[in-house]
Design a protein around this ligand. Structure first.
Ligand SMILES: [Zn+2]
Ligand SMILES: [Zn+2]
Length: 360
């Protein structure tokens, strides 16, 4: 076996390279090495590429005194190539879904199911603090707690959404936003996570689902996936339109799934008294919080990184086709074409890309 593999590596703002890297090896007895069969690009990866996360390089330099780049990606499926001596649940040859969140399972935060903040080297680390899935092989720490067996019957494009987009939408927007039967909700941002919000919100039977996005193509897709109303803020005042749809009241839950000041503003100004603003977007700059208007409204505001503690449940829902995520897999590329895939995903409004699937 050759000792190198191809990987997409981040070196700094606007500098990613498709290059040869050493094949990862087992470092801890709880590790597994996965040979990837499908991966994808997340909006978060585009953010890293643009330079939103300078802490990646800073942390690497602090820990090891050097910076050799970081392989991107925290989503995908693959086949177990090798397991460490302490891994009990998986063996070579198993087909698995890689979760974007790794968890030791025993630290104080893991015991509270706050896996995103695992204190023993877990949390969101892949494609961030350690090398990720946009490679031929990936090392996954805490394999027993961080991988899911891929059922033979599950569509493999759908499976890719279980790494991140679906659990993030469900946990950080829908669960934290406390969506209930009969609620009016607004989902601001119709990317893959926003679509995850849209589909999983329907578990809880809201009566009105307003999806807001600048891209008409994405709004069209949202309608097909169950949105009752769509709003394009480049054509109309989104807050005014949401208030109009809801009889002047605003929504019970506004979900922010973009991560820029303008979309945050739509959310904070369109939620009604006693409602929830559930922020899921990764913000790269400060937003204003209109406390002078909102102090009186009995709101809750939630933020968070996915814990992936509902991934197992979502996997079962996908298996019985309750969540047809594969319809959102608009583009397919070979792994050797990953640079092209980045280009297409980066220009999603022109290319009509929702999720790009990369096959090996
Ligand atoms: Zn992601
Ligand atoms: Zn932990």
């Amino acid at each position: 076996m050759s000792k190198t593999m191809k990987a997409m590596t981040y070196y700094g703002a606007n500098d990613i390279r498709f290059e040869d890297r050493p094949i990862p090896t087992i470092l801890a007895p709880t590790d597994a090495i996965i040979r990837m069969t499908k991966t994808t690009i997340c909006g978060t990866d585009l953010g890293i590429w643009k330079g939103k996360n300078p802490e990646i390089e800073a942390t690497a330099r602090e820990k090891t005194g050097e910076w050799t780049g970081r392989i991107l990606g925290h989503e995908g499926i693959g086949i177990v190539e090798e397991v460490g001596s302490a891994v009990k649940n998986f063996k070579k040859g198993d087909k698995v879904i890689v979760s974007c969140v790794s968890r030791c399972g025993s630290c104080e935060n893991c015991q509270k199911q706050l896996y995103a903040h695992c204190r023993q080297g877990g949390g969101w680390i892949m494609g961030y603090m350690i090398d990720g899935t946009q490679a031929e092989y990936v090392r996954t720490p805490f394999a027993d707690n961080s991988l899911y067996l891929l059922p033979e019957t599950l569509n493999t494009d759908t499976a890719v959404f279980l790494s991140d987009a679906l659990p993030t939408g469900h946990e950080i927007s829908v669960q934290y936003g406390n969506v209930k039967p009969g609620d009016d909700i607004a989902i601001v941002g119709a990317g893959p996570v926003g679509m995850g919000c849209l589909l999983t919100a329907q578990f809880y039977s809201p009566s009105t689902i307003i999806v807001v996005d600048m891209d008409d193509n994405r709004l069209e897709m949202a309608k097909e996936m169950g949105a009752t109303h769509t709003v394009n803020p480049s054509k109309e005042d989104a807050v005014a339109r949401i208030l109009e749809i809801t009889g002047g009241r605003g929504v019970d839950c506004a979900m922010e799934a973009v991560g820029v000041p303008a979309t945050w503003d739509i959310c904070q100004h369109s939620v009604k008294e006693g409602g929830h603003v559930a922020n899921v977007g990764v913000h790269g700059q400060p937003v204003s919080f209109a406390l002078e208007k909102l102090w009186i409204k009995n709101l809750t505001i939630t933020t968070g990184l996915v814990n992936a503690n509902t991934t197992g449940m979502l996997l079962k829902s996908c298996e019985c086709s309750k969540l047809p995520m594969n319809k959102l897999a608009t583009h397919h590329f070979k792994f050797s074409e990953i640079e092209q895939a980045y280009d297409v995903f980066k220009h999603a409004s022109e290319t009509k890309a929702m999720k790009v699937i990369i096959e090996y």
